[in-house]
Design a protein around this ligand. Structure first.
Ligand code: FUC
Length: 776
């Protein structure tokens, strides 16, 4: 069983380790269906279920602060002058000009919002008499196999159980309370509003409604909670449903807003009808039917991947396991954390709503850090790194839809700030109202490489699936990003093409051609060229890109310490431990630095060592992925351990601090990279296996080229692997470590003919063909 579990309710046994963190973020357990998310406390006398709906935002059109002034119409006219100033070597002066002209406006940027809480005050005699924080047999758990949260305890010999899940197909949360003795549940049920001026009412159908308009921007929102009893009575008054003498009770929650991802108003219909319709539809089903819908949707996604590294001691609660980690008996946590990342992605990123934001879909504050927004200078990209390798490509559909929706506002930014005749762009901070301009401080806000960076995720969706419909879908987006970059590149003194001005993300300094820009442009142009060839279109634009690619200032320069340079000039400081390691984007996630470029790989390692092994959760996760790409499994594992020990709360949320979900997703990706890589278009099994993972098994990871791979290993050596070919492509597999030869048979047991090239074996596959690999 894959579960997180605890012996106490949220807040009753405060863990002093992470004092700054609220109980909400370090102890409550998340469930979600991507549209909505809930954090469940499992508290005894008064249960709290805090919830969010992905589109509930302040800011944007109609914001009281004003919105839309971020596009300065004369910004691009200053580019030539700034570029010249930089070429003259007057960096400070250039930065001053950048800060004056190349910034957007903060007004009305807004933030992701808390919708509210469901509050259940128990007032039956058992709960009223309970004088302890932790009743007998208390257990709180999140079952990852079923995506169900459960709390159970005994009071006065009555067993109480509460369960909760969020169903994607029915778009509702279902919550139940049962007692094993008849009529033992009495409670008052209501909402606590997350927004000022909200209205809470109830009706004779035992539906409680929480509704209103976000004070800042008038965005309409509504949540309905239907209380259904099988025994006992329910009465309602003034927004509270009171249940008496009940033994079984089900709550159904549905919520929505009138947000619509459509420029420029970003408004759709009043949510009332949809919310009411979903409640009505869900009440036509029994609990078992609703559960069945949920499991039939969730389990095929979750169960198609498995990972076994070490047995997990199911008698140790997750938080204790984490505090004792990495002592013996706690290594099972490493695979659990991997699975938790997949659970979180399924729960926060499905088609039909916005992508997972900085906290996925879980946010308790109305003023969250970084607005809990869409950060495009690494965070959103990291959120979607596991969608392809960890076999959840359905979860990145919402990302594709979202990036596509940036086209219109992004074209305005491309024109006004980057002087582009066509194409789109986006910078560091983005809200769901099309904020694509640079942020309001040049030092973190200017990040035109963001468009190229997110296109890398989109390209991967094709590279892994080899699905031509995906390619057709993403090509216009890649082309638009390349068009803007094609216009924005300028000629440096040495005749090469550079990004200027450029600012290595959040680190600086204001320079010509920082490595990350150059590397990502190289990646974007390469993928756009390949896509246009595969689709047989845009030949002349392709020639332009090929020409510009050949003139690009070298993105991979090796400096005086043997390091991979962060800037065009050799300015690196070996003692600098900044969390962004932007100059290594070519090592991960891009594929330019590999074992086939040994000098660059050595330089990348020097840079990794300079930057050190610590930092925020997401930064460690990135390092984990990068060390995995170097092939040093023990080093990668050391980073993984550091992330679990120093940047993970008891509920396994990764933190910056605060809780930031990218670290969870980066962790899951890093584990995939340790177990299998395919960026060289070869399937590389166990490329970065640490010594402590000597025996194990993974099932269902994805490799580029349209392959599904499972593998068992013993004594750090591949024992057998199974490759399923989704598209019938040629399969190239590099000889796993410690093996001298390979045998491949098809599903009928027939030996498959292999050709060998250097260290690789190549064989033809059929669509749907299953191939078994063993050592020969
Ligand atoms: C990036 C990082 C910060 C933080 C923010 C949300 O800008 O540099 O550390 O993670 O995103």
């Amino acid at each position: 069983m894959n579960s997180l579990w605890y012996r106490f309710p949220v807040g009753s046994f405060p863990n002093t380790k992470w004092e700054r963190a609220s109980c909400w973020e370090k102890e409550a357990l998340p469930i979600g269906n991507s549209y909505m998310g809930a954090m469940i406390y499992g508290t005894i006398k008064s249960e709290r279920i805090q919830f969010n709906e992905k589109t509930l935002w302040k800011g944007g059109p109609n914001s009281k602060e004003g919105f839309g002034s971020e596009h300065k119409t004369d910004a691009a006219s200053h580019l030539a002058e700034i570029r010249q100033t930089l070429m003259n070597g007057e960096k400070e002066k250039a930065l001053d000009k950048c800060e004056e002209y190349l910034v957007g406006s903060e007004s009305g940027f807004g933030a992701f919002q808390n919708f509210g809480e469901i509050k259940i005050d128990f007032n039956d005699v058992n709960h009223l008499k309970c004088d302890c924080d932790i009743p007998k047999d208390y257990r709180r758990e999140l079952n990852l196999d079923k995506a169900i949260e459960k709390v159970s305890y005994t009071l006065n010999d009555v067993l109480y159980e509460r369960t909760a899940f969020c169903s994607y197909p029915d778009n509702v949360m279902v919550y139940t309370i049962t007692s094993d003795k008849s009529g033992a549940i009495n409670a008052d049920i209501t909402f606590v509003a997350g927004q000022d001026n909200a209205k809470i009412v109830s009706n004779s159908d035992n539906i409680i409604t929480l509704s209103g308009a976000v004070p800042d921007n008038g965005l309409l929102y509504e949540a309905q909670l239907k209380v259904i009893l099988t025994t006992g009575t329910a009465t309602q008054n003034n927004g509270i449903v009171t249940v008496k003498d009940c033994s079984e009770l089900m709550l159904i929650l549905s919520c929505g807003t009138n947000y619509k991802n459509e420029y420029p108003s970003y408004r759709g219909e009043n949510p009332h009808e949809q919310v009411a319709k979903r409640i009505k539809a869900a009440t036509l089903f029994t609990y078992d039917e609703l559960l069945n819908h949920h499991l039939c949707d969730y389990q095929p996604l979750f169960n198609r991947v498995n990972l076994h590294l070490a047995d997990i001691n199911e008698n140790i609660p997750t938080d204790e396991m984490l505090s004792n980690y990495p002592q013996d008996g706690t290594l099972g946590l490493e695979a659990l954390m991997f699975k938790f990342g997949r659970y979180l992605l399924i729960s926060s990123s499905r088609k039909g709503t916005l992508p997972a934001n900085l906290q996925g879909v879980w946010c308790q504050s109305n003023n969250p850090d970084w607005c809990s927004d869409y950060h495009f200078n690494i965070n959103l990209q990291m959120n979607y790194w596991p969608s392809e390798s960890a076999n959840l490509t359905e979860c990145s559909d919402s990302l594709v839809d979202y990036v596509e929706s940036l086209k219109i506002p992004g074209e305005i930014t491309a024109r006004e700030f980057f002087g582009a005749k066509s194409g789109w762009t986006v910078n560091t901070m983005n809200n769901p109202f099309g904020y694509t301009s640079p942020g309001w401080n040049f030092r973190w806000g200017w990040a035109p490489n963001s468009s190229a960076f997110i296109c890398q995720n989109l390209w991967e969706k094709y590279a892994f699936s080899q699905d031509i419909t995906v390619l057709k879908r993403i090509y216009p987006i890649l082309k638009g990003a390349a068009l803007c970059w094609s216009d924005f590149l300028s000629e440096d003194k040495d005749g090469t093409l550079v990004s200027s001005p450029s600012f290595s993300p959040e680190h600086g300094d204001c320079e010509i051609g920082c490595a990350m820009d150059q590397q990502l442009v190289q990646d974007l142009f390469t993928n756009t060229i390949n896509a246009s060839k595969l689709l047989g279109c845009d030949e002349s634009f392709r020639f332009t890109l090929e020409n510009q690619l050949s003139r690009l200032s070298n993105p991979h320069k090796i400096g005086r310490f043997g390091q991979l340079q962060e800037w065009k000039d050799d300015l690196d400081d070996p003692d600098e431990h900044h969390r962004h390691i932007s100059q290594l984007v070519s090592l991960f996630p891009c594929p330019q630095i590999t074992r086939k470029t040994p000098e660059l790989m050595e330089a990348a390692k020097v840079t990794l060592r300079h930057r050190g092994d610590e930092q925020t959760g997401w930064s460690r996760a990135w390092k984990l992925c990068m060390w995995a790409r170097t092939g040093d499994g023990n080093y990668a594992h050391k980073i993984l351990q550091g992330q679990l020990m120093n940047c993970t709360y008891g509920n396994l949320f990764d933190f910056h601090p605060p809780f930031q979900i990218d670290g969870n997703f980066g962790y899951t990706t890093g584990v995939c990279e340790m177990l299998m890589q395919s960026h060289l278009d070869e399937i590389d099994l166990l490329p970065a296996l640490p010594d402590c993972w000597g025996h194990g098994e993974f099932v269902g990871l994805c490799a580029r080229g349209g392959f599904l791979v499972s593998c068992k290993w013993e004594n750090s050596t591949v024992k057998e692997a199974v490759i399923t070919s989704k598209q019938g492509n040629k399969c190239t597999i590099s000889l796993p470590k410690n093996l001298t030869d390979l045998r491949v048979t098809d599903n009928d047991g027939n030996e498959v003919c292999l050709s060998r090239m250097e260290n690789c074996f190549i064989f033809d596959t059929k669509i749907g063909g299953v191939y078994n690999l063993t050592a020969k």
